[in-house]
Design a protein. Sequence first.
Length: 272
Amino acid sequence: MQPRAVDAAGVAHDLAGADARIVSLVPSITETLFALGLERQIVGRTGFCVHPHDKVRAVSKVGGTKAVKLDAIRALHPTHLIVNVDENERDTVEQLRAFVPHIVVTHPQTPRDNLALYALLGAIFGREEDARRLAAALEARLQEAAAHSFAAQNVLYLIWREPWMTVARDTYIAAMLRLVSWRTLPDVQGGIKGAARYPAIGFDDAPWLGEIDRVLLASEPYRFTPAHRDALARDPRMAGKRIELIDGEMTSWYGVRAIDGIGYLLRQAAAA
């Protein structure tokens, strides 16, 4: 008997048929489904699912990762819906259960967790060989990162302004940064889910700010620009700190993007 694939919610999934109709509410998962060769079975995606550029344009949009259009999904008659613990709202997912037969929950928390993600999607959709190919590429990247020795640095990774927001230590982003010995400050743990995983911070009462070596301004979810970087560099509280823009897709997108993302971080750290 074909072994069943177990998702992040502990739900076991049988092998999907060739007529599976997939809606993905997770941008990085959408990109990964294409990398697994499932182009003909992807029928819906969010407006934030923008990769691969030349292929997603043919796939119907069903709203955003949180502002999901239930009727748009219903009209597509999906057999499978792919969601993520951090990116999608539980209440929305529960409403979708009423008419989507199979909901696959994902929740990679470290770069290595992508190996299980590849295997899960490959097993459900009959793309085991493609999943093994991605796994081999990721393993090579992880080994490359482990072979390097970078000087430890404390970083402030900013994802939003007004208010300023950063990432907790138990996020996927923080785990990616640790591959190149970049440790996120402040030292907070956010738990399984919640706003504390992406806390709002201030600079006036922040004793840890003096320990920061570099400030990273991510390109998403807030699109920081050179103007934001230059303005922050003029802030006297940032004196002596390296302030730079960083590609948020490379640090926060899991799935197939992790392969290139690790390489990107290795280059960033080597250029320091």
